[in-house]
Design a protein around this ligand. Structure first.
Ligand SMILES: Nc1ncnc2c1ncn2[C@@H]1O[C@H](COP(=O)(O)OP(=O)(O)O)[C@@H](O)[C@H]1O
Ligand SMILES: [Mg+2]
Length: 328
């Protein structure tokens, strides 16, 4: 934060926030306008005045708090010079891109704003504000019902969102002249480093399939059935889920997964109350022994639910591919 440029207007708006005390503050703006910089500034100013501050980081790709592909709730501590945000809870979205993942993004943001236990809750968002991004922001506002919207605007790019939510209190602010755009390569590198940092302390875990719950896939929701030519198959009300190299004939196949589909799949992990506690990388599923091997920094005793994601990832954080459109 040493080289943070603080425009006079940022100080004025912060003073007004301290006086009027809106509890939930949603920060909107295009890419690289300085939303996260403003969130950090505001958080540390509020903290310096003795208030408890939480940040809900709903930008999936360029995270300030916690790992990418998830909405995170951080409790802010430290000082303006040295800010610390400890991740208290997360909601796994499954992808670093909001396209096609708007429902979990809105649900996660709403849930974590609800879970935040602080005098001020600052919500940082993606810079996706046109087209589908504008629609997303509208629903985020509808779901979160912020007490204040802070609109970081270069010109009038947020006007469609703000006009259609004119019943909300809004403060428009200008980006700092020091705000710098990041190119695609820098964004990818930032994500890779954030994932790598998250998985640095990961350990290998082996868990019985029947001791845990699987979400976001039809797999492990049915009853095992023998199917000729399949490594594993299950009967579900939607038909048979088969793990098989080639299409299997003669069965009512609802879904076919390729053997090894699970290798390096990024997953979310929740606890016994279904609260997001971290991420995991699947290594393998042994269908014969009914056990799953994965690596995660989450201790095994906290891990109750595995939510299958959309992204394949190496331990060093590089993205290896995505689940195809048909999903899991
Ligand atoms: N007030 C500021 N002072 C110094 N640098 C800034 C300021 N605002 C933004 N930047 C820089 O511009 C870039 C984008 O800012 P960031 O806060 O990450 O934007 P956003 O969250 O909107 O994508 C970063 O490199 C950041 O350090
Ligand atoms: Mg940001």
């Amino acid at each position: 934060m040493q080289d943070l440029n603080v425009p006079t207007q940022w100080r004025e708006k912060t003073a007004a926030i301290l006086e009027k005390r809106p509890r939930v503050i949603l920060v909107l703006g295009g890419c690289d306008t300085g939303k996260s910089s403003f969130c950090r500034f505001l958080a540390t100013e509020l903290l310096a005045c003795g208030h408890s501050v939480a940040i809900v980081d709903a930008d999936l790709g360029q995270k300030d708090i916690g790992p990418p592909a998830s909405v995170t709730l951080g409790r802010v501590t430290g000082t303006a010079e040295r800010w610390i945000a400890v991740t208290e809870e997360l909601y796994f979205v499954g992808s670093t891109n909001p396209v096609g993942r708007m429902l979990p993004l809105v649900i996660g943001t709403t849930r974590l704003v609800g879970a935040a236990n602080a005098a001020f809750v600052i919500v940082d968002t993606t810079g996706y504000i046109d087209g589908a991004g504008r629609v997303l922001k509208g629903y985020e506002i509808d779901a979160v019902r912020p007490d204040l919207i802070v609109a970081m605007e270069k010109r009038d790019e947020l006007q469609p969102i703000l006009r259609s939510h004119g019943t909300y209190r809004t403060e428009r602010i200008r980006p700092s002249p020091k705000a710098r755009p990041r190119d695609r390569w820098q964004r990818e590198l930032g994500r890779k480093q954030a994932f790598a940092a998250y998985f640095r302390e990961a350990r290998r875990l082996e868990l019985g399939v029947d001791e845990i719950i699987f979400q976001r896939s039809l797999l492990f929701t049915g009853e095992p059935v023998p199917v000729e030519g399949a490594l594993y198959a299950e009967h579900t009300p939607e038909g048979v889920v088969a793990v098989a190299e080639t299409s299997v004939a003669g069965a009512d196949i609802a879904k076919r997964l390729r053997p090894g589909f699970e290798r390096n799949l990024l997953c979310g992990v929740t606890d016994e109350r279904d609260r997001g506690v971290g991420l995991a990388l699947l290594e393998s599923i042994d269908f014969g022994r009914r056990c799953v091997a994965l690596s995660s920094p989450v201790p095994a005793e906290k891990l109750r639910v595995i939510q299958l994601g959309d992204l394949y990832l190496a331990r060093d954080g590089s993205e290896l591919g995505r689940v195809d459109r048909a999903g899991l």
